[in-house]
Design a protein. Structure first.
Lengths: 313, 313
């Protein structure tokens, strides 16, 4: 069997199993076709993961399929979008049937879990890399963006922070129960799709935490022309992180990437309703202020200022 | 200046210079946003070019930018779509300012020439590769597809065939006037956007010739459940190819890739109008028949049959 036929045998089932109504034409023509419902617009984002840069060498194909799709879909969550479909540009050193079958099986499961259909792609020969472009829709004008945070808004994060970054220290180590919790956060991030959709019309700004809270909140502050004051004692830490990372836990939560939680701002008047409506953990970690930059308060209430922020980098 | 800032400085002007009305939000948030006009649908396609596989090592950045975008846009032409925007996932071994500036300048020009806007992207560290996903729109249900060819339809190609494939033999050779014509076909393919748009509602099937006429027409035949009889003497050869490739010219025209001309089928009743309406060279090279497979007639009118086809591979 030729390489082309192998690729087809692996990815056609993924496409068939992941179908969504918005995707009119999938794999098999020069282009795919997506229909956008009236009153909606298309939101889309592309992410590349390169072996040895964004994931370890000899990373298992199940984790790779899960992470690559989750990382991309997380951008849809950050916009409050409903997922529809995605393309996969896969560069492989060789057409390894068992590897491809494991990758494809997991991709099919993960696609169904996220409600997103494989629409097409391109497979080429070269060093291992995965580029995924995700497509979603939002009602016209309702996408969550980075530029709307206002002084007085609460700064909120979902879930717990720093777990995935700490996990990087444990990739090659005999893992225990606690580190397994952290590793799972790294290998199988959970994009906050439903939270993002709920936040449409409620949050004033939103972003997903891929590069670390300080960096990603920084993007909101810059786009909104505001600053923020955070209380480091409020950063949500998992029990596993607190135990494994010890005194380094807060630093991981502030600067560690790969969590794919949402960070968003919400007017105080809306906060109670948001908090009461949602089942996931949501934590107010500070508020938006007029003065640009990120001000950090430590546990004893002392200002660390931007200098403190830099020390944490 | 950081790498991030360099990338921003190179690609923001490309985005600014290439803007199109359909792109509502470009670079700078978690996702880009595209609005699809009422009564239209989105068509999209992704292509990866890897150094040493799809383009030569140390290929100049002007050619790379042009080819990568042209190859991707050609898929929009093959669907009869109006181009809107694209994403660029660029993997680079290092952030080389002069290289990036040359790449960006050419990308801006080429984007404007094709009427397509840079909407976003991802730049990562790794072996040189370019992944471009193009977005276009078509009126609902009017996209040109591969599956509609009917027995009796004319098989038509645009322009001349085989030039780009022959050029591959001259990449590293001191070029003359004739070979320069061929090299230009390889380095700067011209997607047939206007022809594709014109063919909506007129052609019964269409594809762009990236892998060679025999292979790509084969995709139409398979998708349509028909066959075709081609007259090899009718394949359109450029004067440059005839002179440079000699007795090998027909083989290059039949099996050589990288031309990015359109191959389409059209009912005989429509052909005269199509031919009279278009200014580009369009050549009838055969017709669709019921019997599956590709039948080839040589210059003396003898059937080469599918065997003949195989000999040419």
């Amino acid at each position: 069997m030729g390489e082309f036929e192998l690729i087809r045998q692996v990815f056609e089932p993924v496409a068939r199993l992941s179908r969504t109504p918005g995707l009119i034409l999938g794999i098999g023509d020069d282009c795919a076709i997506q229909r956008i419902p009236e009153g909606h617009e298309l939101v889309f984002s592309v992410d590349t993961l390169v072996e040895g840069v964004h994931f370890p060498r000899d990373y298992n194909p199940e984790y790779l399929a899960t992470r690559a799709l989750a990382v991309a879909v997380s951008d849809l969550a950050a916009m409050g979008a409903d997922p529809v479909c995605y393309t996969l540009a896969l560069t492989l050193p060789r057409a390894d049937r068992p590897w491809l079958e494991r990758f494809g099986r997991t991709l099919a499961h993960t696609s169904r879990a996220f409600g997103i259909a494989l629409a097409g792609g391109d497979t080429t020969r070269g060093p291992l890399a995965v580029t995924i472009q995700v497509h979603g829709t939002v009602p016209v004008g309702q996408a969550l963006m980075r530029g709307g945070a206002k002084p007085g808004d609460n700064v909120v994060v979902s879930g717990s922070l720093g777990d995935a970054a700490e996990a990087l220290n444990w990739l090659d180590v005999e893992a225990g129960q606690k580190t397994n919790v952290l590793l799972d956060r790294y290998h199988r991030p959970q994009p906050r799709l439903q939270l993002g959709q709920y936040l449409r019309g409620r949050a004033s700004a939103a972003i997903d935490i891929s590069d670390g809270l300080a960096a990603d909140l920084g993007h909101i502050l810059e786009a909104s022309g505001v600053g923020a004051r955070l209380d480091l004692a409020l950063l949500p830490l998992s029990a596993a992180l607190a135990e494994v990372a010890g005194s380094n836990a807060t630093r991981q939560a502030l600067n560690g990437g790969d969590d794919y939680e949402l960070c968003f701002t919400v007017p105080k008047s809306q906060w109670l309703e948001v908090q009461q409506s949602r089942e996931e953990t949501l934590t107010v970690i500070g508020e938006i202020v007029e003065t640009p930059g990120l001000q950090l308060q430590n546990a004893s209430g002392l200002e660390c200022g931007e200098g403190g922020y830099d020390h944490f980098r």
